[in-house]
Design a protein around this ligand. Structure first.
Ligand code: HEC
Ligand code: HEC
Length: 263
């Protein structure tokens, strides 16, 4: 594309963004992406590999409106249990009902701030993706075309049927911590993640100044969430993922991340 045309497009995009941020609260404001990043974050390749498809499905599982650049739901999911600890639009995220470990009430969401009381999705592994898609359109889940289009729904169905990992097999039996080679993780981290997160993981903070959330913080507090993000990327931003690499590499990055400063 000619640079001048690209600049014109960027100007249009900026005008839309300005309008958007004018009407939305600061909290809802989305990061601005230039044209290339926009297609990486919200678009799809013309010849999607299985690795790309499963990671894209994993991001829909995490937060479909950020992953797909859709409108965030205005209120909570009608099927979210009354005794669940979650509330509001977040209860539309698959992870809020089924967990980062995919084990629902059998896993980390058996108690605590995210208790949902709902079954996990581990048992759906290997099932026909078409059945999962039909189930996600049925009233219990109620995902409409406006929320998640068919080809996108297929990605998350494929993630469910062949993209999940079994956290019980990735844990140290005694400590319950994720296994992994921190020595190998150091090499991987320093040559990939560090470009954006810094060598000490403190360049990006998604917490607050007093209560920071760095890679080192979250990989200790929420290891299965961080593993999900290493395998699938974070939503709505141009972050890399390790889906095409062996699970050992993702676990190694996680192990090294756990050695980084938490504060
Ligand atoms: C508001 C809570 C909620 C959300 C959000 C939610 N689900 Fe579910 N899901 C349920 C409930 C309830 C069931 C039925 C569990 C049962 O049969 O006991 C279920 C069942 C499932 C099952 C079948 C599990 C099995 O073993 O048969 C799969 C797979 C599944 N959901 C995937 C997803 C995906 C993918 C998303 C996001 C696109 C999602 N769910 C979002 C509540 C939710
Ligand atoms: C191209 C830049 C880039 C690279 C490379 C990158 N990240 Fe990120 N990552 C980001 C950005 C931007 C965010 C969003 C931070 C925020 O919300 O403030 C993020 C967020 C995250 C989050 C969680 C945010 C949350 O809100 O829960 C985790 C965990 C994470 N990254 C881990 C990693 C790991 C591990 C690697 C290496 C495998 C990595 N990232 C590589 C840019 C990157």
């Amino acid at each position: 594309m000619k640079p001048i045309f690209r600049a014109a497009l960027a100007a249009i995009a900026c005008a839309c963004m300005a309008q958007f941020s004018g009407s939305a609260s600061a909290q809802d404001a989305k990061p601005k992406h230039d044209e290339e990043a926009q297609s990486f974050v919200h678009g799809a390749p013309t010849d999607p590999s299985e690795a790309w498809t499963l990671a894209a499905g994993g991001r829909i599982y995490d937060n479909w409106w950020d992953a797909l650049d859709r409108k965030k739901p205005a209120s909570g999911h009608p099927s979210y249990p009354a005794d669940g600890k979650g509330s509001g639009p977040n209860t539309w995220r698959c992870k809020e009902c089924h967990g980062w470990d995919y084990k629902g009430r059998q896993g980390e969401y058996a108690k605590g701030d995210h208790y949902s009381g709902i079954k996990g999705i581990r048992g759906a592994q290997g099932r026909d993706p078409a059945r999962i898609m039909a189930m996600l359109r049925a009233p219990l889940h109620g995902y409409t075309q406006e929320m998640i289009k068919d080809d996108e729904l297929r990605r998350v169905a494929l993630f469910v049927t062949k993209g999940q990992h079994d956290v019980d097999r990735l844990k140290d039996k005694k400590t319950g911590n994720p296994v992994g080679s921190s020595a190998r993780g150091r090499a991987l981290y320093q040559t990939t993640c560090a470009a954006c997160h810094g060598f000490d993981g403190k360049l990006l903070n998604w917490g607050s100044k007093d209560d920071p959330a760095f890679i080192g913080t979250d990989s200790n507090k929420f290891p299965w969430e961080v593993l999900h993000k290493i395998r699938n990327s974070h939503t709505g931003i141009a972050m890399i993922n390790f889906r095409a690499l062996p699970m050992e590499d993702a676990l190694a990055v996680l192990a090294y991340s756990r050695t980084l400063p938490r504060k």
